[in-house]
Design a protein around this ligand. Structure first.
Ligand code: KG4
Ligand code: ZN
Length: 338
């Protein structure tokens, strides 16, 4: 039987330190090419200027690879999608300029995508897919948001961090202990054989479903400084327990709000997105909570949790269906509401 071929969209992502391109056809993500920027490692965090330069170096390469591996030529592309924001201004500018040039040369429409909305829509790339409404906790190096998702393009942020993101707190804690960047995965690794109750940190309470992570960053800094005064080898001798304890603290801060949000909204379909959703402590806690609270839990594959163009392509697909396009005047937005 004749199968109509849906739109082909080429999507790019360049909001922070991953340069990525993906092709989606008829709602199916065909690939997801990611060039990660190792250049930031020695600085202990993302250096915006270096990120922009690396995007510029890698963009053509990832786009060519996405097209080649999908077996699609540029003339077959129906629309070009890109991350408009939020993100680092220089990094976004590289992506926006590149995609505008292509749109102009090919005379194809542009689709601007909100990066945070795309993190949520990553849940529709593979099965199982959540049904609406669901609650999504988006946790990464740049974001911590609790979102009620009513439909593909209808979302409401009910809580978010008022200062740092939870990924930043993981990375900062790791840096204080002398672990390399990004420290989140290292803390996760050492925490596996540590006691999560070995050290207890005081809690910061925030109204509603909002979060704050700047207090725990400072508290952890002073804790390590004071313990090192008593024993200079404190971190080295207790690394597993320290990692397990700080991880437990951060995970509890996230999951307490999630439980409250589920109870207050009556929504028991729970999804997580963003780089920190790779954290095994968070995953295990959520799996336990899913049992005790009767939740349906959705965790995308890791390649779609961290920044990637596959999720931008997925969001663009739904916008294309609704005829939501942008003009060539579009400019990046470092801060952009969902
Ligand atoms: O989504 P992502 O790749 O980029 C941003 O948009 O920020 O998230 C990166 C963040 C970093 O802070 C990194 O330390 C954290 O995700 N991360 C983790 C783990 N894997 C990545 N944090 C804790 N445990 C992990 N296993
Ligand atoms: Zn992100």
């Amino acid at each position: 039987m004749f199968q109509p071929v849906g739109p082909v969209i080429l999507a790019i992502e360049s909001s922070c330190d991953e340069t990525s391109a993906a092709v989606i056809r008829n709602g199916k993500v065909l690939n997801n090419i990611i060039a990660s920027q190792a250049v930031h490692q020695k600085y202990g965090g993302v250096v915006p200027e270096l990120a922009s330069r690396a995007h510029q170096r890698n963009m053509v390469m990832v786009v060519e690879e996405a097209l080649t591996s999908a077996g699609i030529s540029l003339t077959e592309v129906d629309a070009l999608a890109f991350t408009r924001g939020p993100g680092l201004m220089g990094s976004l500018l590289v992506g926006v300029s590149f995609v505008k040039g292509l749109a102009l040369a090919l005379n194809k429409p542009l689709i601007e995508v909100n990066h945070m909305r795309a993190h949520v829509l990553a849940h529709f790339i593979d099965d199982p897919k959540p049904t609406f409404p669901f609650l999504c906790l988006t946790v990464s190096g740049g974001h911590t948001q609790l979102i009620v998702v009513n439909d593909y393009l209808d979302m409401e942020v009910i809580g978010e961090t008022q200062d740092d993101a939870v990924g930043e707190a993981f990375d900062k804690a790791a840096k204080i202990m002398g672990l390399p960047y990004p420290g989140g995965p290292m803390i996760d690794q050492y925490a596996q054989s540590g006691n999560p109750k070995a050290y207890v940190f005081s809690k910061t309470s925030m109204p509603g479903f909002d979060f704050s992570f700047s207090g725990i960053k400072t508290a952890f800094l002073y804790f390590i400084r004071d313990e090192r005064k008593k024993n200079p080898a404190f971190v080295e001798e207790n690394l597993n327990d320290i990692c397990a304890s700080i991880q437990h603290h951060l995970v509890t801060m996230l999951t307490e709000k999630l439980v409250q949000a589920s109870e207050q909204t009556g929504i028991n379909r729970i999804a997580i997105a963003g780089g920190v959703s790779a954290n095994s402590g968070l995953r295990n806690t959520l799996k336990q909570l899913a049992k005790t609270h009767n939740w349906d839990l959705f965790i995308p594959a890791f390649e779609y949790c961290t920044d990637n163009a596959g999720m931008i392509a997925m969001a663009a697909h739904y916008q294309y269906q609704k005829g939501i396009f942008s003009t060539l005047d579009v400019s990046p937005l470092a801060r952009m509401p969902i």
